[in-house]
Design a binder for this molecule. Structure first.
Ligand SMILES: Nc1ncnc2c1ncn2[C@@H]1O[C@H](COP(=O)(O)OP(=O)(O)O)[C@@H](O)[C@H]1O
Ligand SMILES: [Mg+2]
Length: 329
């Protein structure tokens, strides 16, 4: 098959995407497919072979049989590119428009899970306008979350803009820092649980990998530095948890994937406090570098990167054909 691999993008996770896409291109080629590399520049232009692309609704993308949008964050993982690919009328890997945008927004994602009583840390949404006009009231409301609190831009990833705040002094700075990235911020109660990640693969009958445990080696929590610098973290597979908790993690990973309507792949992240398993977030296009948990967890399950990417492409094509034949997914 001819597979267009999208790399870069407009978000602050541009560089991470370049690394992820290089890994995916190699795996897709190793699986025997023809790779059509497409770079999305920070400014938004789509470039192939040094030439800007012009796209036509219904016109596909470079004659590709499938597109692998290896993009993280806004304008890539949030349903916008997925909507564009729908309009181009081409098959693509991963979640569709709604699941992509729903999972990109930490506030909406948590509300959807809360409606199904899925265990999570306590959290509150803060809108920038409110913070600017009534800071004292906002500080008061956030007090119920205790200290420390995690302050995050609602629609970003890779730990960009996230801060751990201990009290009033650094709470203000944390909020201002997060609002520099997004006008919607989520404040969360701190969890001292084990960080566990679980990879999911499939469409209507998804499978969960063995969960991995994140051990942070640089710094105190899993920030950008710990995620992407050499020796910043260690992934322990399987996570050092009792079998019953491992089973809960895997069940909750699949349940969450299905509940939000994902397709193809996702990595579902948890905090595990004793035998309590709390969902933290779901990434519809998780990191795909050589050290990333998503491919590593499948490799541990006996699925090497080439086979993994081959399956992901097949799942994208399967979904596209089913939808175009009138079956919703
Ligand atoms: N409520 C929390 N309690 C403890 N640590 C947290 C909490 N929220 C986030 N963290 C830490 O911050 C990291 C990044 O947060 P996360 O919500 O996963 O954002 P991102 O989408 O940027 O990965 C987590 O992996 C964890 O180390
Ligand atoms: Mg995360």
């Amino acid at each position: 098959m001819r597979v267009a691999v999208l790399a870069g993008g407009r978000s602050s996770e541009h560089d991470v995407s370049l690394d992820s896409a290089a890994f995916v291109r190699e795996a897709v080629a190793a699986a025997g497919h023809e790779v059509l590399p497409v770079t999305i520049e920070r400014g938004g232009a789509w470039v192939h072979d040094g030439e800007p692309l012009s796209l036509t609704p219904g016109g596909g993308l470079l004659g590709a049989d499938a597109v692998f949008p290896v993009l993280h964050g806004p304008f890539g993982e949030d349903g916008t590119v997925q909507g564009l690919l729908e309009l181009l009328d081409v098959a693509y890997v991963g979640a569709g428009v709604l699941a992509s945008s729903l999972c990109m927004d930490k506030v909406v994602f948590k509300e959807v899970l809360a409606a199904a009583d899925v265990p999570q840390v306590a959290s509150l949404a803060v809108r920038e306008h409110r913070w600017r006009s009534e800071p004292a009231a906002v500080r008061n409301e956030l007090a119920v979350l205790g200290t420390p609190v995690f302050i995050k831009p609602a629609r970003l990833g890779s730990s960009v803009g996230i801060a751990k705040a201990w009290g009033e002094a650094d709470l203000d700075a944390a909020l201002d820092g997060a609002f520099a990235h997004d006008s919607l911020v989520i404040a969360e109660a701190f969890s001292d649980g084990m960080e566990v990640e679980c990879s999911v693969l499939g469409n209507s009958e998804p499978q969960a990998s063995v969960p991995g445990e994140i051990v942070v080696l640089k710094g105190e929590w899993y920030d950008y530095e710990a995620k992407y610098s050499d020796g910043g973290m260690e992934l322990i597979v399987p996570a050092r948890l009792p079998d019953s908790v491992i089973a809960d993690v895997r069940r909750l990973a699949v349940d969450t994937f299905v509940r939000v309507g994902c397709a193809g792949l996702a990595r579902v992240d948890f905090f595990v406090e004793g035998d309590r398993v709390l969902v933290n977030e779901l990434n519809t296009m998780p990191g795909f570098t050589g050290t990333s948990a998503y491919p590593k967890l499948w490799e541990a399950a006996g699925i090497p990167p080439a086979e993994l990417c081959d399956r992901l492409i097949a799942l994208g094509v399967e979904r596209f054909r089913a939808e175009r034949a009138g079956h919703s997914f």
